[in-house]
Design a protein around this ligand. Structure first.
Ligand code: ATP
Ligand code: MG
Length: 289
């Protein structure tokens, strides 16, 4: 069974002319970390809203094709049921927090599902620890930094014990330190907890190190899907669709052009350093001798 299965999905918001998503087919395996890359208006948020049924149940329009989450068609079950499988975190930390304390915030979802008190307590502690916010139980969410708020929003999603987490540009409003903290939480979710994660981003840089797959979107269409190395190999193509290529991939591309080859492909600075030392600088030295 797939974690997520979109089958030829088209969606048009009510009273609008254009297809926000157009003929999108996508399968996500359990435990996979998939990053959706695309510029403004490419359809990332629309795709996220489909995963737990907010589209078509809360946001209306014309939906064609089918969306299944862990084998269930989200169009045919209430959002409350999809929400037990899929946790969603949005772009703006403020818009998702409304309780008086961090603990109430994280307990809110399971309380609504009438989960027993003791179990809720365990879940709250587990989720806060996972996002690095242990001990913040009694703080007001409004007294937290943007990055801390987003981590509480993730904890609130996790306390529902979802099988999949969907994050729509979660680092959008954060400063560099907040971003680092947030991405290290995402990395832990994948590496230590094997969570299925879908992350929507406009920039490939941060998710590069821990994404199993990148999916490129433009104008509601899915352009390409594959391992990061394959999807990011052509920085010019990424720029063309409005996505900033990671700098290391630019270095690889420049070296390939300069040396008349296509063998360079880097995902990390370490990879770039090793290849430059071994394949660019060393042969030169040897040649001189
Ligand atoms: N509530 C809405 N009503 C009508 N049209 C919408 C609505 N939300 C999005 N759209 C349209 O759907 C298309 C896809 O938008 P979407 O928000 O999914 O893109 P995105 O990739 O998330 O963009 P961004 O990077 O700006 O968040 C765009 O053409 C947009 O104008
Ligand atoms: Mg969006």
């Amino acid at each position: 069974m797939k974690a997520l299965e979109l089958n030829n999905v088209r969606f048009k918001y009510r009273d609008f002319q254009n297809w926000a998503l157009d003929s999108v087919s996508l399968e996500v395996e359990k435990g996979e970390f998939v990053t959706i890359l695309g510029c403004n208006g490419s359809g990332k948020s629309t795709l996220c809203l489909l995963t737990n049924g907010l589209i078509p149940h809360a946001i209306q329009g014309n939906l064609q094709g089918s969306v299944s989450v862990f084998g269930n068609n989200v169009g045919e079950q209430p959002v409350s049921q999809s929400a037990t499988k899929v946790g969603i975190v949005f772009q703006e930390p403020e818009s998702q927090l409304f309780c008086m304390s961090v603990e109430e915030e994280v307990a809110f979802g399971p309380e609504n599902l009438a989960v027993p008190r003791e179990e809720i307590k365990t879940r709250v502690e587990w989720a806060l620890e996972l996002v690095g916010m242990k001990g913040y139980n009694n703080r007001s969410p409004f007294s937290l930094s943007g990055g801390q708020k987003q981590r509480v929003a993730i904890a609130a999603a996790l306390s529902m014990r979802p099988e999949m987490l969907v994050l729509d540009e979660p680092a959008y409003a954060l400063d560099p330190v907040g971003r680092l903290g947030l991405y290290s939480v995402l990395r832990d979710l994948k590496e230590k907890h094997g969570m299925t994660v879908i992350l929507a981003e406009r920039d490939a840089e941060e998710a590069l190190a821990f994404s199993d797959r990148f999916v490129l979107m433009k104008d509601g269409k899915l352009l390409e899907s594959g391992p990061p190395r394959q999807v990011l190999r052509d920085p010019a193509k990424l720029r063309e669709i409005g996505v900033a290529p990671p700098q290391v991939t630019e270095v690889a591309s420049l070296l390939n052009t300069r040396m008349g080859t296509s063998k360079f492909s880097f995902l990390t600075v370490e990879e770039a350093e090793r290849a430059i030392l071994e394949e660019v600088l060393k042969p030169k030295k040897e040649g001189r001798r």
